[in-house]
Design a protein around this ligand. Structure first.
Ligand SMILES: C[S@@+](CC[C@H](N)C(=O)[O-])C[C@H]1O[C@@H](n2cnc3c(N)ncnc32)[C@H](O)[C@@H]1O
Length: 340
């Protein structure tokens, strides 16, 4: 299953959880309140921790619910099983609706702008048909809440595969790429039977840091100025099942109210301090890149106000023009604060 997501820790999750498990006994509760794709949440759950995952945006919450809370294929009683639902998703007819008009290459955006090439016209219409069908199932209570999340999770993952973008949904490519010309398709997903008791919620760290009850918190905040709410607007719209105004040439949903302070050079340090002041957990682990909005000295000075700080690092093969480790790779940092 592939996630196209800025700062996705899939490749680093084993290392991160390995470092955490040297300090926090397996079986304890660990929170991942900026969970994104939930890759670290899942790795923690697989290692035997009970995980509380959260994110400020809606679509990461859907990923986390499906990856943590669904431990085997749901019954989908009305369909006669999970595999039948996949066939049903495949067979839903296209419909020329909101996605077709706002995000398809033959659309006509409501604000009069040129068609947006996020998807082929065919895929955009398929997405419209599928969204409407999923919403109807939920409305008629033919599916339960987790089944509903699973259908949206599948739609988001399949949409990612045919999106005509280079990495994020900040803008679309000028010509339809090979992937974008493929028909959107669905396949059964794999579920992990993990031992812990997990929970998932949608909240900003500012809202719920003080309420988190866990032995440790893993923080993975944005470290560049790229706002997730704007760069993944289409996934947020799929998760929220709404039809917001699509603004400007790029058709972004209004996102400024969801802007993260961690993305602003002038607010990021304060955001770290506010978060750490509110957390009550004895241990805090933080992933942060060497080239983030807050420089290393400032970061260390903030962290050391809250406890004893140790740094763990791993070289990581990610394209960057600077900050390379000796072997040519970037150094990924994991800070550990053992609170006073
Ligand atoms: C670097 S990504 C996390 C990546 C994740 N560890 C993974 O492996 O996919 C940062 C996440 O923080 C979320 N975020 C940003 N500001 C936030 C805030 N104030 N409260 C909660 N989540 C926030 C973003 O929506 C994004 O999903």
């Amino acid at each position: 299953m592939s996630f196209r997501y800025l700062g996705n820790k899939t490749k680093l999750s084993e290392w991160i959880v390995g470092e955490i498990s040297k300090i926090i006994p397996v079986g304890s509760k660990v929170a991942d309140p900026m969970c994104g794709t939930a890759s670290v949440s899942l790795a923690l759950a697989l290692a035997g921790y009970s995980v509380t995952a959260a994110d400020a945006l809606a679509f990461p919450v859907i990923h986390a619910k499906c990856r943590l809370l669904i431990k085997q294929p749901p019954a989908f009683k009305a369909f006669g099983g999970y595999n039948k639902v996949i066939n049903w998703l495949q067979s839903i007819p296209p419909k020329e609706g909101y996605f077709f008009n706002e995000f398809g290459d033959a659309g006509s955006p409501a604000n009069g702008r040129a068609p947006r090439l996020y998807f082929s016209a065919f895929n955009a219409a398929r997405i419209d048909g599928i969204r409407e069908s999923i919403a109807n199932l939920a409305k008629s209570e033919t599916i339960n809440e987790l089944e509903h999340s699973l259908l949206l999770h599948s739609l988001i993952l399949s949409t990612n595969k045919v999106a005509n973008i280079s990495g994020t949904y900040g803008y679309f490519l000028k010509e339809l790429s090979k992937n974008a010309q493929q028909a959107i398709s669905f396949e059964p997903l794999k579920f992990e039977t993990t031992p812990g008791n997990h929970s998932v919620l949608r909240a900003s760290i500012e809202e719920h840091a003080s309420k988190l009850r866990a032995e440790a918190v893993y923080l993975d905040p944005p470290y560049t100025k790229r706002q997730y709410a704007g760069n993944y607007h289409i996934l947020e719209t799929l998760a929220l099942e709404d039809e917001p105004i699509a603004e400007g040439d790029g058709g972004l949903r209004p996102w400024k109210e969801q802007a993260s302070d961690f993305c602003y050079r002038r607010f990021a340090a304060k955001a770290f301090r506010n978060t750490l002041e509110r957390l009550n957990t004895p241990h805090v682990f933080i992933s942060y890149s060497q080239d983030g909005q807050v420089n290393e000295d400032e970061l260390l000075s903030i962290f050391s106000d809250f406890g004893r700080v140790t740094i763990h690092q791993q070289s990581y093969n990610r394209y960057r023009s600077n900050n390379r480790a000796k072997d040519g790779n970037l150094l990924e940092r994991l800070y550990h604060i053992h609170r006073y």
